[in-house]
Design a protein around this ligand. Structure first.
Ligand SMILES: NC(=O)c1ccc[n+]([C@@H]2O[C@H](COP(=O)([O-])OP(=O)(O)OC[C@H]3O[C@@H](n4cnc5c(N)ncnc54)[C@H](OP(=O)(O)O)[C@@H]3O)[C@@H](O)[C@H]2O)c1
Length: 264
């Protein structure tokens, strides 16, 4: 699955799934632009991308900030000349019940980061993707179709929005030959919970070993496995696929223990 000569922009590439995705595209010959806020982590991933392939473009930006999100496409095209693939991956999880006095604050933070943040980059990327017959992969979650646990309404609603945005954008851009799909992981071994301020490694006393038991295959995914699905959807092998929601969850949503994710 060579991406030689292709330009790929990955948001949220400073850790987890986005980092693995940036490294994989680099290994496959792409010129990669990586976006995040943490400069130290970005620089560490930039080194790994460079070792795997071409020196990446590092863009420090907060995608929940409209002004900053608006710059990432221009910076990538100014640097590499065009754009073939946009991976909207940056995301956060936050815990707050619908009866929490802070719920609107949490809701706005999560929606701005996980959903609103992908609208402007998609709009600004579209003309460049039309020119290259490129495509977009959004990183959603199984939380888009199943409520993963109590007190994660904001996250679940944001990911339901990502799925429907994917379908709508796919239809809007299909006539121009641009494909739009999403990848929807179950539990993947990343820093997402620690980054949310939840007690490591997941939430409360939940361990990765416990997380395995909520899946049918009794295993937790690795970031590289999600990167593989993203690369497949971004490749010509997926040329007939658009508006699709690709689940990679070790069978979590088929498992009757699904609801116990954060609620041991
Ligand atoms: N891990 C899982 O179990 C799982 C399951 C389903 C879906 N997902 C989804 O996978 C995606 C990646 O998550 P992950 O598990 O890899 O988590 P992670 O390790 O915490 O990575 C999240 C990435 O998003 C970036 N990010 C967060 N807020 C940002 C902002 N405002 N502006 C720019 N970048 C921002 C972070 O970079 P900075 O901190 O440097 O800004 C980081 O690079 C998310 O959309 C998440 O919802 C994860």
């Amino acid at each position: 699955m060579s991406f030689s000569g292709k330009v790929v922009l990955v948001t949220g590439a400073s850790s987890g799934i986005g980092a693995a995705t940036a490294i994989l595209f680099s290994k496959e010959g792409a010129s990669v632009a990586i976006v995040g806020r943490n400069e130290t982590k970005l620089s560490n991933i930039a080194q790994k991308c460079a070792q795997a392939g071409v020196q990446p473009l590092v863009i420090t930006a907060d995608v929940s900030n409209e002004q900053e999100a608006s710059t990432i496409i221009k910076k990538t095209v100014d640097h590499f000349g065009n754009l073939d693939v946009l991976v909207n991956n940056a995301g956060i999880i936050r815990k707050a019940s619908v009866s929490d006095p802070n719920i609107l604050k949490v809701f706005d933070e999560v929606m701005n980061t996980n959903l609103r943040s992908i609208v402007q980059p998609t709009r600004l990327a579209a003309p460049f993707l039309v020119a290259t017959k490129g495509n977009i992969v959004n990183v959603s979650s199984v939380a888009s179709t199943r409520v993963i646990a109590e007190s994660y309404m904001s996250y679940c609603v944001s990911k339901a929005g990502v799925d429907h945005f994917t379908r709508c954008a796919a239809l809007d851009l299909a006539a121009s030959g641009v494909r739009v799909n999403s990848v929807n992981p179950g539990p993947v071994r990343t820093d997402i919970s620690e980054n949310a301020g939840l007690v490591p490694p997941c939430a409360g006393n939940i361990t990765w070993d416990y997380m395995k038991t909520v899946t049918a295959l009794i295993r937790v995914g690795e970031p590289e496995e999600i990167a593989d699905v993203i690369a497949f959807l971004a490749s010509d092998k997926a040329r007939s696929i658009t508006g699709s929601i690709y689940v990679s969850d070790n069978g979590q949503i088929q498992n009757s223990k699904f609801k116990n994710l954060f609620c041991k």
